[in-house]
Design a protein around this ligand. Sequence first.
Ligand SMILES: Nc1ncnc2c1ncn2[C@@H]1O[C@H](COP(=O)(O)OP(=O)(O)OP(=O)(O)O)[C@@H](O)[C@H]1O
Length: 742
Amino acid sequence: MDSYQENYQEEIEYLRKALAFIEEEVEKEAKNLEEKKSDLIAARKDMYENTIHASSDFESLVDINLHSMQINNYISSYNPQRFKNLKKMINSPYFGRFDFIEKGCSEKENIYIGLYNLMDRNTGRVYVYDWRAPISSIFYRYELGEVMYDTPAGISRGDVSLKRQYKIWNSKLKYFFDCSVRITDEILQEVLSQNTSAKMKNIIETIQKEQDIIIRDRDHELLIVQGTAGSGKTSIALHRIAFLLYEGLNSNLRSNEVVILSPNTVFSHYISSVLPELGEENVEQSVFDDLISEVFQGRFGEETRDMQLETLIHSRGKTSGEVRRQSIDFKGSRVFKQILDRLLWYYAHRLIPFEDVYYNGTILATRQQLKNRFLHNEIGIPMAKQLKIIETFLLKKVHPLQKKRLQRLEKIVEKSEGHEFEIKSFSRLLAIRQAVAFRERIRKFTIVDYRDLYMLLFKNHGLLLKLARGLTLPETNKEIILTTLQNLQKGQVHYEDYAPLLYLKLKIEGNDVVSGIKHVVIDEAQDYTPLQYEVFRILYNNATYTVLGDIRQTIEKTADGLLYDDISEILNKGKMIKLSLNKGYRSTCEINTFAQALLGEGTQQGYASIERHGEEPKVIPQETLEAMDRSIVEDIAKFTEQGYESIAVICKTQGEAEKVFGRLKKSVQLTLIKPRGGEVTKGPLVIPTYMAKGLEFDVVIGYDVSKENYVSDFDRQLLYITCTRALHRLVIYYKGDKSPLI
Ligand SMILES: Nc1ncnc2c1ncn2[C@@H]1O[C@H](COP(=O)(O)OP(=O)(O)OP(=O)(O)O)[C@@H](O)[C@H]1O
């Protein structure tokens, strides 16, 4: 037998033993769960039959309590997760192995790596290590030779003599190879050459070293990643969450203490299956728009981010478009945050209309006393709560006086004509009216509304300028002030006003919105403004952060690396690090080169693409839109026949996407992806660029990339996003003249 045959036999034997062990465990676990379920049903039945259902008698209450405690114990011990994990492992229990001798030990260990730990608790034998276990990092970070890894007790060193990768499917060993003998990224190449699916997949078998460093980082409270398109940012974010939740780390982080901020609901659906695949459920995904509608409850109309982007893209080149763009930049800036802070200070110190408070001729508090009391706020109680305390203080003071007032009123009513038979009730009515009037009077200064305050900033033009002293305002500040005021007066606000309004609300009322979140993952970080980060800092005050973005994929603003400095200053965490990912994994070399060239000279520095080749992207002229439609229909048929499963026709705007969809659907079956829509399904679809962000498709067909349609720097960014969505094929159509950006 040659050595490959010997190894093969050994591996077959190991797989057989591992699978036999899993089968045994599955059986035990199923039995165990069945018993727990029966116990639970029996306990419920017992409680129902043997306890009184409603009682005020103490002994019965104790009895009910004991029963429900028992039931709760049964419920919490009923945990089907291990059973589910074992079932998943039957298909493919592990994907890698390395042979390791720990420094100071003589015995070599064969470490197999898989989705979860597989250990025989009776013998202590570990069949498979979870990919997240500290020792598994060796597999991702090293070739053969000396290695080290972090353990809870410090750094451990050793030597790796073999590294092997496996393809096991349906419990069968398809093949294996030693990484030291053949190219290491063979499996990676295979994975990347496959078609993409409607849902994002996990990458545990092929995590790359630079990605692993980010996934396993535990030293920093703020981890910022700038990564080029397709470098695996979203994948890393999700694997990092699974890593942080890994019980072996004793981090005590629970899935309900983690939140992922996603750009839109289509994207949320796209990534939703990765964490459950990795065995972690219940991680909340939040979209800023949803947070806004939850907090404001439709108070300010319904403008969403998609609507904002649509307007911006449509109005480029027009004066109104420039005002809107500057307004968005300004209202999301740190300068505007300073103005809002000054507004809050100014309101607190100068504008609250405190007044002397009298009741029944007695002074309860002078204006100055109230103001002093309000400003003497050393523990930083939010303004609205502080004013509420003052209101309660005044109402308490007035309470004993109201009795006296009632007596006086009764005397007055007695003397007045027409109420002889209802002295008491009429006096009480008068007293109530006076109490209401009193409350209303003091509420003129104890109630503060964030919207009114925001409006004040724009209503009084001089105020904004006064508060902005020493700060740089946008050129179009007068127009911005005017349009904002007009909107607010109509009861509407633009999307860019939501963050300032939320900021003011949180500062004024305090944060009762979210609590208990310990880790926040912000994907597509470039899409949020500094002011939105200020809001995140208040909302998730005690959390640590993973922030991932690509400044080249911004839409409405100029790409600017300084955003990361802003983020770091705003979130203000003691231990922070910024890392970069420069290698694209999604697209073929040809597509990557084409897309990078769009960004212009100098921007490709340090950029690398995975060595996967395919056809050159095609840029095809068309005489008319009808001819373009016909070619696209033919392309869809051709690519489908070639086996590509997801084909996206990417348009510049939603409006264009709707028109194109309306025409194409007469000849081919396809889906239109709408903002705030649900899942992206397989098959051909039409989608606007900004919705395609973060997603990927086997084939991308860029719609009408003509001189009229794509000309500015912002269009360049849109085009870059369009092209970087493609895995295998890219076709660009244009009518008339080609965009000068290509
Ligand atoms: N180590 C890896 N092994 C296998 N596939 C990988 C790896 N890293 C990334 N990929 C694949 O590359 C593609 C891009 O990954 P992902 O969407 O996470 O990148 P991204 O940086 O978030 O992209 P973008 O910013 O362009 O949306 C996905 O198909 C992902 O599965």
